[in-house]
Write a protein that binds this ligand. Structure first.
Ligand code: FAD
Ligand code: PHB
Length: 393
């Protein structure tokens, strides 16, 4: 077994791991990134599309936002559709001028991987058998297998950026973490279609047949979602059926959705989950490894990048002056934003999705809430400032 040393060993080359490595590189801190999937797989995984202004600013300032700035689509509002009508929430007017940017997570990941590979710093794909050890000591270890060899990486700190199904969180001994979660009896069937988006802004639609969302990736690519069962069988959803359902839920009198070839489809379950604290000894969790939200609030990717910004700052201070106060406060600092996003995502989810049993009382409450957020400036402002991202840290 060969042994290598680094300062920060990063497990996972998703948005959290790649951004953390980039921010630490700017601080002169050595990192090693280990990813168990292939580069092609990681770059093709279609997920988030909405980036908060503060995260765009972070990426641009860090020199990782050139293409994002050029190709990202700036949106100043979203629409809520219910009872056969659309209502615009003017995000920027209500939230101090802030906007959101539509840019696929796939594109962001490609940009970050390219930067990393150009820097020549270590990023290993297709590693296997990753495990973390000696977390309570000053020399935590990562063991893994790469290109047929067993490797050991000795670190000052390990960053667990390996997503919800990763190995870092489960490596923390039982009893250390407090876990909080909420399941939902539905999922999203998402498609990517080769057709110009029918709407200028995102449309979140409440419909008696279930929620639907019209989003986009570019002026030529639409991204659309429909509420389904969490275990929905894609085989039961030929393209025709998907379009009929989208037309029903998103269409309005006199307006139909433009249809085009479906390039990709998939079903995602929905869950809210938080573990506290986001640290055990010298292991720090960030992003989906520590918390997930249902996608209705478009917060997951943003939260992951807020975490790594806090972690990178704390590590830089510690590295410069041995001051560990930022690292000690890491979990509490992140938790304030995490719980705000958990609440917002849960609230958006329960306002917009058809309850499992279609309880008429719930339906009336949803419609009342939707009317309130689309007619009261105070209620709309609350939605807007959460959606574009609150100042918290
Ligand atoms: P991940 O992206 O999960 O990355 C973790 C990485 O670790 C992966 O590359 C994985 O392969 C790797 N890994 C796992 N286990 C190991 C191991 N043992 N060893 C090495 N590597 C490992 N968020 C938003 O903000 N806005 C949105 O609009 C939005 N829409 C979404 C839509 C959908 C359909 C879905 C599914 C999610 C959406 N999200 C959205 C959430 C967002 O995609 C995630 O929150 C984000 O990917 C989290 O990034 P991460 O780096 O923490 O985790
Ligand atoms: C997306 O474009 O993938 C998207 C947009 C808004 C959401 C979730 C996903 O709330």
């Amino acid at each position: 077994m060969s042994r290598t040393r680094t300062q920060v060993g990063i497990v996972g080359a998703g948005p959290a791991g790649l951004t953390l490595a980039h921010l630490l590189q700017l601080e002169g801190i050595e990192t090693y990134i280990l990813e168990d999937r292939s580069r092609e797989y990681v770059e093709a995984r279609i997920r988030a599309g909405v980036i908060e202004q503060a995260i765009v600013d972070l990426l641009v300032e860090a020199g990782a936002g050139a293409r994002l700035q050029h190709e990202g689509l700036v949106h100043h509002g979203i629409e809520l559709q219910f009872a056969g009508e659309r209502h615009r929430i003017p995000l920027s007017d209500l939230a101090g001028g802030r906007a959101i940017v539509i840019y696929g997570q796939t594109e962001l990941v490609k940009d970050l991987i390219r930067l990393r590979l150009e820097s020549g710093l270590p990023l290993h794909f297709e590693v296997s058998g990753v495990s973390v050890h000696e977390l309570e000591t000053e020399r935590p270890l990562i063991r893994y297998r790469h290109e047929g060899r067993d490797e050991e990486l000795e670190c000052d700190v390990i960053a667990g950026c390996d997503g919800f199904h990763g190995i870092c969180r489960p490596s923390i001994p039982a009893g250390v973490l407090s876990e909080f979660s909420r399941g939902y009896p539905f999922g999203w069937l998402g498609i990517l279609a080769e057709v110009a988006p029918s709407n200028d802004e995102l449309v979140y639609a409440h419909h008696e047949r279930g929620f639907a969302l019209s989003s986009l990736r570019s002026p030529e690519l639409s991204r659309l979602y429909i509420q389904c069962r969490p275990d929905e069988d894609l085989a039961e959803w030929p393209d025709d059926r998907i379009w009929v359902e989208l037309q029903t839920r998103l269409g309005l009198e006199g307006r139909t959705l433009a249809e085009g070839p479906i390039l990709e489809k998939g079903v995602t379950g929905m869950r809210s989950y938080v573990c506290e604290p986001m640290r055990y000894g010298r292991l720090f969790l960030a992003g989906d490894a520590a918390h997930i939200v249902p996608p209705t609030g478009a917060k997951g990717l943003n939260l992951a990048l807020h975490d790594v910004r806090v972690l990178a700052d704390a590590l830089a201070t510690w590295h410069r002056s041995e001051d560990a106060s930022g690292l000690d406060a890491y979990s509490d600092t992140c938790m304030r934003r995490v719980w705000r996003a958990e609440h917002f995502s849960w609230w958006m989810t329960q306002m917009l999705h058809r309850p499992e049993d279609g309880d008429p009382f719930d339906l009336k409450l949803q419609l009342s809430q939707l009317r309130y957020v689309t007619t009261s400036r105070a209620a709309a402002t609350s939605l807007a400032e959460n959606y574009v991202g609150l100042d918290m840290v």
